[in-house]
Design a protein around this ligand. Structure first.
Ligand code: MRU
Length: 360
């Protein structure tokens, strides 16, 4: 599969001492890269959505943890462990809904202790510290490399759903920018474009942070895909006109019963799609599946600042100063509204999710 982009949205520098991200808040106007060298910078980049999208958040956090351990100056293994746990717990709460964040950080912790255990009897602390640093750096890089493979497989499975000239509605951004490479929900669209299927894509702008307008439209137009931007409240009209054959969305967490948390507005799109008999597919690497959450009701939804609704992408404030604002970042789409969940292991019915084996 060919990538449209000559760069990735999140990287670890070759020496493991910098997390390099494309600042997604500057898109589509500027392709600006940030070099992050502290836990605070990584935390800030995640909370402010400079790096965003569930898989990319997980990768950024794992890289951030490895970077902090590589930079921490100590000769004491105990001090290194303390710093590792401090950074891990700090980054753990940077965004609460995307389970890839916790999944990646927990995986890094298992790596820390497995490496420490393998070193038992090693008297030379300096050597042990070096081995742990290398193991964590390798683990973080493996998290990204495995995500690339998952995205490729997801794209191929999703591609089997498409036919030439079809119309697809997207919500938010689940493309190259949101993952390691290629994307989840956008991956099959890139493949379809490369195979000469000429898909027609309608992007919901995705209020309030405009990931659809700023990021999905930017990615797809760069790839030469036939792209039309719409306001969120126009999707029903397009469906009523028969212009949409499928809805493709990503997700931040899939519960064991097949309910899905994704960008606010997804549930509304799903309800309308059901009415117009347009199948909605959710794209999820197994790192996004949380079998410990029995249903969507158990998924914590991130609440975001009022400023994003009243000011952020307007040239001046567009609401009265003292109005109350409700700004949940995600909503829950019930399993009953989902035609299928596309994972790297294949396309599953939501009720089959509970049987899936996660890839680590
Ligand atoms: O708040 P965001 O921009 O991080 O929300 C992103 C989404 O809702 C995506 O659909 C999801 O993370 C999947 S990305 C492959």
């Amino acid at each position: 599969m060919k990538s449209v982009f000559p760069f990735d949205s999140v990287e670890l520098s070759p020496n493991g001492r910098e997390v390099v991200i494309l600042d997604q808040t500057q898109l589509p106007n500027q392709e600006k890269f940030l070099h992050l060298t502290t836990a605070e910078e990584v935390f800030y980049a995640i909370t402010r959505l400079k790096v965003r999208g569930a898989p990319a958040i997980g990768i950024a956090a794992a890289f951030g943890l490895a970077m902090c351990v590589n930079r921490y100056r100590t000769r004491s293994l105990q001090a290194l462990e303390k710093e590792f746990l401090r950074v891990k717990h700090y980054l753990y709460i940077s965004r609460v809904t995307a389970v890839n964040l916790m999944w990646a950080l927990d995986r890094m912790e298992r790596c820390f202790y497995a490496t420490q255990q393998a070193l038992e009897g090693e008297d030379e602390e300096r050597h042990a510290i070096e081995v742990i640093r290398n193991a964590l750096t390798a683990e973080a890089r493996a998290i990204k490399a495995e995500d690339v493979k998952m995205c490729e497989a997801i794209s191929e499975h999703g591609f089997t759903l498409l036919r030439p000239g079809c119309g697809i509605l997207t919500h938010c951004n689940a493309g190259h920018l949101a993952v390691s490479k290629y994307g989840t929900a956008l991956g099959p669209i890139y493949l379809a474009q490369q195979q000469g299927f000429s898909p027609r894509v309608y992007c919901d702008e995705t209020r309030p942070l405009l990931q659809g307008a700023r990021l999905t439209a930017y990615e797809l137009t760069k790839a030469g895909v036939d792209t039309t931007l719409i306001c969120d409240n126009m999707a029903a009209t397009l469906m009523s006109q028969g212009k949409i054959d499928y809805v493709f969305v990503g997700c931040d967490r899939v519960a064991a019963n097949g309910d899905v948390a994704n960008k606010i507005g997804t549930n509304g799109v799903a309800i309308v799609a059901k009415y117009y008999k347009v199948p909605l597919y959710v794209f999820a690497p197994t790192s996004t599946i949380d079998l410990e959450c029995r249903s969507g009701a158990e998924i914590i939804i991130e609440q975001r600042p009022a400023f994003e609704v009243t000011d952020m992408y307007y040239s001046k404030r567009m609401a009265p100063k003292d109005v109350r604002v409700y700004n949940p970042a995600f909503d829950i789409t019930p399993a009953a509204l989902i035609a299928g969940i596309v994972t790297e292991k294949g396309i599953l019915k939501p009720r089959e999710i509970k049987y899936i084996r996660k890839s680590r």
